[in-house]
Design a protein around this ligand. Sequence first.
Ligand code: URP
Ligand code: ZN
Ligand code: ZN
Length: 481
Amino acid sequence: MHLLIQHGEIVTATATEMADVLCCDGKIIAIGPNLTAPADAQIIDARGHLIFPGFIDPHVHIYLPFMGTFAADNYASASRAALMGGTTTLIEMCCPSRADDPREAIALWKSKAAGISSCDYTFHMGMTRFDESSAELMKHIIEEEKVISFKVFLAYKGAFGIDDTELYQTLATAASLGAVVTVHCENAELVSQLQRQLVAEGKIGPEWHEPSRPMAVEAEGCHHLVTFAEMTGAEVYVVHTSCQAAVDILQSARAKGVNVHIETVAPYLTLDSSYAELLDFEGAKYVMSPPLRERAQQDFLWSALADGRIDVVATDHAPFDFSSQKCMGHPDPARCLDAHGKPTGNSGNFTLIPNGIPSVEERVKLLYTHGVCTGRIDLQTFVRCASTRAAEIFGLYPRKGTIAIGSDADLVVWNPEWSGTISAETHAMNVDYSAFEGWPIKGRAEWVTVRGKIMVQNAQWTGDQGHGQFLERTISRKDDC
Ligand code: URP
Ligand code: ZN
Ligand code: ZN
């Protein structure tokens, strides 16, 4: 079965060219001017449109038991939302608790997606403890489960967080196996001390979340990690970097030869700490960790993205309903609900608000509107940070992340002239609010294909639920060639 996309302007991380793209059986088989349509070809007329490689979001949470509740999306809703926004591949964090059996956990996380996801997907395996069986486990995850990247949390003491011995052993094992470790960098002890202090002073609203995890706490986490990465030789990827203090530390580690990649996420580029100050507990919609920072940090992040210091823009999509989940931390005893939606009768506080902001559907639009349209980043940087770099770092390139002969036909036909607004009324995510409600947007994904199958047509969902495939990855060692 053929698909021919004609008359569009192809944009990759390195070039822009006017050309047609011909796909067959899920792969790109020809790129060039005036390609002839085979008799069975579906044809998309992309005149006036840009053609991007399918976007990749390498940091999402879909099945997430966390802070006494579960994230609101499932694979049906999240993968559909991703595709509506132009994202064709998701990498989800598999986050077992310390008490869980990790082999059962990866099987559970895979079962949540298999036959349900509409887009392609894989996982980072969460290492939430390290014991005598963990080195063998990591080998098994790579060789048998075909998951070649890991995740550790320096934050979330008592939940996902690991101690320094475990950090050292995880990184050393990953280094010996040639695997990348993604890391949430915040000093857990400082967070818990500051939380305790603020709550004791009666500072309990969502606006106190940021002061409980200030930039120095994130910077310390980053410094801690790169010191361990230097000692073990591990390749690390710092997730959701929110501020200059953190990026500067990671940059200087890079300059010393530490193999570190830097991710930021769409909320830090577009929102700031003032949103957490919104009245009537609306600020809870904007509680995530690390927290949204003061506005000045946004300018820094955009400039670090433009010059390549920041590799990737992901989302850290972690949706929790405002009406029934964020309110688990409501200060008013009458409005503070438990995980079953019953009033607790006790005063909640910001430490009980499930952390996370949903944006899997909006990342690409936000980057285009606030990055490309404002001239903060060019089209090549846009494609690189939202697709190509993630594919390269996580072993998916050139199957994903580019438009080239032999690559998967994951393509986004983008209307650069469209304008509209974001709203929870119209979004596909299974969450009852949008952090970007009413925001004007320029540009949208009009056709989206996954391995040559049209999933979105004229910006309307036409996809098959379950079309998504698990992406088996293998480690290609640099010393193999
Ligand atoms: O607030 C956040 N980031 N929620 C999701 C869990 C995590 O830390 O990535
Ligand atoms: Zn995190
Ligand atoms: Zn996360």
